[in-house]
Design a protein around this ligand. Structure first.
Ligand SMILES: CC(C)(COP(=O)(O)OP(=O)(O)OC[C@H]1O[C@@H](n2cnc3c(N)ncnc32)[C@H](O)[C@@H]1OP(=O)(O)O)[C@@H](O)C(=O)NCCC(=O)NCCS
Length: 180
């Protein structure tokens, strides 16, 4: 398990799946804001890749996020679009609604940076998020990510086009344990 200050990133367990489906992916607003595709229900038992992990997939490493103290599941995190030629990848995360606003998101980003830069030897990590997602923007910026641009009207979300912000962090800029 990868350990941050408050959370751990571990493999997906069978028991996680019904919780993630019910509390994260069944929520139309959360799903519409977090996914690059229209929300649709996930049938129990389906092999949806957001829930069931393919350990052989090259470009995607999904984690379940747990509280370090007690091990309770609090969400998902992943490194996706891993490109071993350009040595870059994207970060994604989603916390269960009841666990948000406790500093876990900031700690998940820090832990994913450790995985990306130290374990995988990547040079660049990138995040795309909706321009009104202040908690995500702040979680990224506290770890040193800088805003590199705005993708105007790039996301269709529940009846309107929203801007997305693109943030990047390079290995040489990253300060482990900063979260300033
Ligand atoms: C985005 C998300 C991962 C952030 O994690 P979190 O644990 O809630 O965030 P933190 O508690 O670490 O807070 C980070 C910062 O955002 C601020 N913040 C938290 N919730 C906020 C809110 N609703 N509005 C404004 N700021 C907020 C915190 O005060 C903190 O700032 P500070 O460090 O200056 O005090 C989490 O809210 C989430 O899962 N949201 C739904 C899914 C999602 O949007 N995923 C990202 C898709 S790209």
């Amino acid at each position: 398990m990868l350990k941050g200050k408050k959370v751990g990133l571990r493999a997906r367990h069978e028991d996680d799946i019904p919780i993630l489906r019910a509390e994260l992916y069944d929520d139309v607003v959360n799903g519409s804001r977090a996914e690059g595709a229209p929300w649709r229900p996930i049938t129990p038992g389906s092999k949806d890749p957001r829930l069931v992990v393919d350990d052989k997939a090259e470009g995607l490493v999904p984690f379940s996020v747990v509280e370090l103290e007690g091990g309770t599941l609090v969400g998902t995190a992943n490194l996706w679009g891993i490109d071993n030629h350009h040595r870059s990848a994207h970060i994604g995360l989603g916390l269960l609604p009841s666990t948000r606003g406790k500093g876990y998101g900031t700690d998940v980003v820090a832990t994913l940076c450790h995985y990306g830069f130290v374990v995988r030897g990547l040079q660049r990590l990138q995040i795309e998020t909706l321009a009104d997602n202040h908690a995500m923007l702040r979680s990224a910026e506290r770890n040193g990510f800088v805003r590199e641009g705005v993708l105007r009207s790039s996301a269709w979300v529940l009846g309107e086009f929203l801007d997305q912000v693109l943030l990047g962090l390079l290995a040489q800029e990253w300060k482990p344990d900063s979260q300033g």
